[in-house]
Each structure stands twice: as C-alpha cells, then as structure tokens.
Design a protein around this ligand. Structure first.
Ligand code: ADP
Length: 319
C-alpha cells in the first residue's frame, strides 16, 4: 500500500470532515500518500482527484459538510461507469480506497473491491440506518440539532397553548425521531418501525389536556408519514390549534458534536489500519463502544432496527 484515496458520497453528514482528516493524517503518519477524490464516484469517473497533505485537512475538524464535496452519481451504477472509475484509480496509482457514505455508497464500495480495488467503508449519514454499527457519523449532531429546535418550538407551543407536529429526517429509519423524542419529552413519537393509531394518539392528547397540559409535541419520522397530513388529521379530530414544522435540511448541517468528531476520528484511523494490513471490503462500525470491522456484504444484508426500548420509554415517560 503506497497511496490511499478517500471520497465522500451520497448524503452529507456533519463529521465527514473529521473522518477525512483522520484518514489523511493517519495515512501520512504511516508514510503513505493520500489522494482526495471530489464529489464521490463522479470525481472518480472524471478523474477529479487532488493530492492531500497534512495542511489540506487543517481547520476542518469542526466544520459541517464535506471539503471533498459529495454527489449522487448515476453513471457509476453502470458497469461501464464502474470500469471508468477503476481505470482512473489505476491511472492515479491509488492502491486502496476509503468511501465515507451511506448504504448506497457501500454498494459501490463492494463493487470496487470485487473489481480488485481494496475498499473500506465508513458510515457517514445522519439517518443512523446502517447495520453493524451502533452509530453513524452525523447522527448525534442531527439529534442535537433536532433537540435544540424542538426546545425552541416548545417555548412558543407553551405560550400559545398549541399542539405541534414536528417532522424530522431519517429516511426509512426512526432513530432521529426516537432519540430526539425521548430527549425532548415529546408526547408522541411516530416511527416507521412501529404501527401507530391516530385515534389513540388523539386520546392521549386529550387525556393530557384534561389534566391541564397546555401544549403537546408530536415528533414524526419522515419514514412514518408526512407531518402536514398528520397535523391536519389531529386538527380535525381535536379542533385544536395544531401547527406543523418540517425541520428539513438544517438537520444535515452544523458543526459536528464532540461525539461525532470522536467517532469519525476513530473510524478514519481504523480504515487506514485495515488497508495497511491488506484488508478490504469491510465496513467500520462501533459496537458496544468498540471500533469494529464487518464484511461489507454482511453489513448490506443484515436487517436493522433502532433501539425500540426507547420507543417504550418515550411512551412511558409521556403518559
Ligand atoms: P448513500 O450512500 O447516502 O446511501 P446513495 O444511495 O445516493 O447515497 O448512493 C450514493 C452513490 O453510490 C450513488 O449515487 C451511486 O453512485 C452509488 N451507488 C448506490 N447504489 C449503487 C449500486 N447498487 N451499485 C453501484 N453504485 C451504487
């Protein structure tokens, strides 16, 4: 192993920069060269590849987004596109690759490994929807962003005695809604992993109102339904002043939390270790506090679900 390439792909997530930094610095520490590939697989196909040194990752550990930029690349889904990427990797003398992204990006990483390019995946997505890791880079920051926003909404909800439906991100995973729901003391949390019954939710809201509650917060994971539609049904069934906020892309930005910076630093360093050891087609994770490496095929096939004890807890603590 003489030269390592690093790219970020798919949806961005706070902490990706910290992961890039860790890959670059750990590789240089071991005497390797590093190439930064711009815009994920798009830059791999077009050859938008730049040398990276210690300074090129200075002053980025605290920044959201990704200095390498990211993209969704349809051309890379075709074999012709993949072969172009492999040719560019060889042309640039890259011996191993680190792909920071979500499950789509890992499918690409597996293909590159199958084509003889040792590739390691680092899970970077706010959704926390990747199996074989307890946390993905960016998730903790997104949860904290949601908590901060919901706390602010709570202030105005209390003043005006309103019900708020707040839709949060997560694609098909309810992790953001669950953790933020518990942390914000939401009355109801709707996640795709559990069936819900609007009539029961309304009953609970009415019970709360009967004992003097002045406001209610309902967190909806985007995979569980549309906030505006749910708000409309609640308004109809209660006759209450019900407002809806879709938090949207603020959840993808911002300075990464200390937790995400730590996670990214550990995962980036581990990815380089694996490549140096001659390993490939692995995904880095953190399980039970330990940094792990799982076969990328296994990571792509394993079913996952969030910690559903949190779902029960959210229900119990908001009776
Ligand atoms: P994420 O990595 O965040 O899940 P995407 O699913 O959009 O984001 O995947 C990012 C990129 O990975 C895609 O634009 C595409 O270039 C590549 N990719 C995704 N799925 C595949 C696949 N099945 N085969 C090859 N490349 C893929």
């Amino acid at each position: 192993m003489r030269k390592i390439g690093v790219l970020t792909s798919g949806g961005d997530a706070p902490g990706m920069n910290a992961a890039i930094r860790a890959v670059v610095r750990k590789a240089i520490f071991h005497g390797l060269e590093v190439a930064g590939i711009k815009r994920g697989y798009t830059g791999l196909i077009s050859g938008d590849i730049v040398p990276m040194d210690l300074g090129s990752v200075g002053d980025i550990i605290h920044r959201g987004g990704t200095i390498l930029q990211t993209a969704r690349c349809d051309e890379f889904r075709s074999e012709a596109g993949q072969d172009k990427a492999v040719a560019k990797i060889k042309e640039h003398g890259i011996d191993g690759l680190v792909v920071i992204g979500g499950d789509g990006s890992f499918r690409g990483a597996r293909i590159l490994s199958d084509k003889g390019i040792p590739t390691i995946g680092i899970p970077g997505t706010i959704d926390n929807d990747i199996p074989c890791t307890d946390y993905t880079i960016g998730f903790d920051t997104a949860v904290n962003t949601v908590v901060e926003a919901v706390d602010k909404i709570r202030d105005t909800a209390t003043s005006h005695e309103r019900t708020y439906v707040i839709e949060v991100m997560g694609r098909n995973a309810g992790d953001i809604a669950l953790l933020a729901g518990v942390a914000c003391g939401a009355e109801n949390v709707l996640v795709p992993e559990a069936k819900y019954d609007i009539a029961a939710i309304v009953e609970k809201l009415k019970r709360g109102a009967a004992r003097g509650k002045k406001h209610s917060l309902i967190l909806v994971a985007e995979g569980a339904g549309k906030g505006f539609a749910i708000g409309e049904v609640i308004r109809e069934l209660t006759g209450w002043d019900t407002r809806v906020t879709v938090l949207g892309h603020i959840q993808r930005g911002g300075s990464p939390t200390a937790f995400d910076r730590m996670l990214a630093s550990k995962m980036g360093a581990k990815a380089v270790d694996l490549l140096i050891e001659g390993d490939q087609a692995k995904m880095i994770g953190v399980q039970g506090g330990k940094v792990t490496a799982t076969d990328i095929n296994e990571a792509l096939c394993t079913p996952r679900s969030p910690d559903m004890t949190l779902y029960e807890l959210a229900g119990v603590l908001s009776i």
